[in-house]
Design a protein around this ligand. Structure first.
Ligand code: SF4
Length: 413
């Protein structure tokens, strides 16, 4: 590997990390360094411009320890057979860089992943060493997200949670055949085994903190994972079902969806075109339906056509149009669970409606004041002074409520 200075390494290793979507810093414990204690904070508005040209994850220094890898996952630009410039940081270089960026207020924390060098255990040791040194040697109190290597020894993966706010283990592909075909060195049993161990460690630590005040924190922002969308034949229904399974079996805090991007010198088994970015967006919306709107996976799947969510309308609207018999919903009487099913009503608007209707019956204009737009809602609700035609009588309802096509989407494919 050619001798590179820190700036050159940063250029290569920040660029190589941009394909990872799973780096939101939500949900961690509050820590700060007020009163001269330690350094860093998980709160506040750190100024941050990270190294992802696609705009993702701008508040963290998001880098790889190295982009060399002994594995050969077809979809990955860092795979063994890829013809890219390689670079490698030492653990100390990453620590120094994080502290320097933090002190300049460029970042709020660190997102660290790595290709596999030497062995899975050696790589995992290096990742843990970065987090340990930041916490123990420098009393760093900012946010740390560590990507873990499922093939490493369970003790090493467990150690990651002692120092990181969030740990993640990528499931990579939505289906086991997809994983076998595109990431032949990886094993679903090892990935799920590591996720299961992490879940147990997080729950044990949670119990311990309830019983002992002095119990150490352990991955307070939980674990997350990421799936690549569009690199294999998995449908949106496959992805929704897989995501639900991951939430239920492993207590995932988040499942991230990353539209596959064609890479230079791509393997012949990959599609030539990336999927529409709108597909990734619709999957995130379906994820929200399951986590915040009370939909189960089967209901989301029932909104698909041949397993694919429509791209022109959101999945909640697609569901409502397929199951018109549930509408219109009386805004003044319906239970919260039904209000949450109304297209165009978000969780905050539903809460506001529930509070307001305690005092008086709501007219359509009242609902309009509590929501962003009444246009999409009107066919689906009954208000004090409003009753729409039965949805089943309106053949053109989709055209009336679907958002107008934006030019931007012409370029999303
Ligand atoms: S193990 Fe990770 S870094 Fe290595 S080729 Fe596979 S996805 Fe890329």
């Amino acid at each position: 590997m050619a001798q590179l200075d820190t700036r050159q390494k940063l250029e290569i290793l920040a660029d190589a990390a941009k394909y990872d979507a799973s780096c939101a810093s939500s949900g961690t414990a509050k820590r700060n360094s007020q009163g001269g204690k330690g350094i860093g904070s998980t709160e506040g508005m750190g100024i941050c411009h990270a190294y992802a040209p696609d705009g993702r994850c701008i508040s963290l220094l998001k880098i790889l320890l190295t982009n060399s890898c002994i594995f050969d996952c077809h979809y990955c630009i860092n795979r063994k057979s890829s013809n890219v410039r390689r670079a490698r940081f030492t653990a100390k270089e990453v620590v120094d860089l994080t502290l320097a960026f933090y002190k300049r207020n460029y970042i709020e924390g660190l997102f660290l992943s790595s290709g596999i060098i030497g062995s899975s255990n050696y790589t995992m040791e290096q990742l843990v060493e970065v987090a340990r040194s930041l916490r123990e040697d420098h009393d760093f109190r900012g946010y740390i997200h560590l990507k873990t290597i499922p093939d490493a020894d369970p003790e090493l993966i467990e150690a990651a949670g002692l120092h990181a706010d969030r740990v993640s283990i990528n499931v990579e592909l939505p289906t086991t055949p997809g994983l076998k075909r595109l990431a032949p060195d990886k094993s679903i049993a090892r990935i799920e085994g590591a996720m299961g161990d992490m879940k147990t460690s997080i729950l044990d630590a949670h119990d311990a903190t309830k019983r002992y005040k002095s119990a150490p924190r352990y991955a307070p922002a939980g674990q997350s994972t990421q799936m690549i969308v569009g690199a294999d034949a998995a449908t949106d229904s496959d992805i929704v079902l897989r995501a639900r399974g991951l939430y239920d079996a492993f207590g995932m805090r988040r499942v991230y969806y990353s539209a596959f991007s064609p890479i230079p010198d791509a393997s012949a088994v990959l599609p030539l075109k990336r999927p529409p970015l709108m597909r990734e967006h619709r999957l995130y919306q379906s994820d929200w339906l399951m986590r915040f709107y009370g939909f189960d996976a089967k209901e989301v799947m029932s909104a698909t056509d041949d397993g694919m969510l429509p791209l022109d309308i959101d999945p909640k609207l697609a569901w409502a149009l397929k199951f018109r018999e549930h509408f219109p919903v009386d805004i003044n009487r319906a239970p919260k669970a039904m209000l949450l099913r109304v297209p165009g009503l978000g969780t905050r608007a539903v809460d506001r409606i529930l509070v307001s209707r305690r005092h008086r019956r709501l007219d359509l204009a009242d609902v309009g004041r509590l929501t962003v737009s009444i246009r999409k809602l009107r066919p689906f609700i009954v208000a004090n002074d409003w009753r729409p035609l039965q949805l089943s009588d309106k053949a053109d309802i989709r055209e009336l409520v679907a958002p107008r096509a934006e030019q931007m989407e012409l370029f999303a494919a």
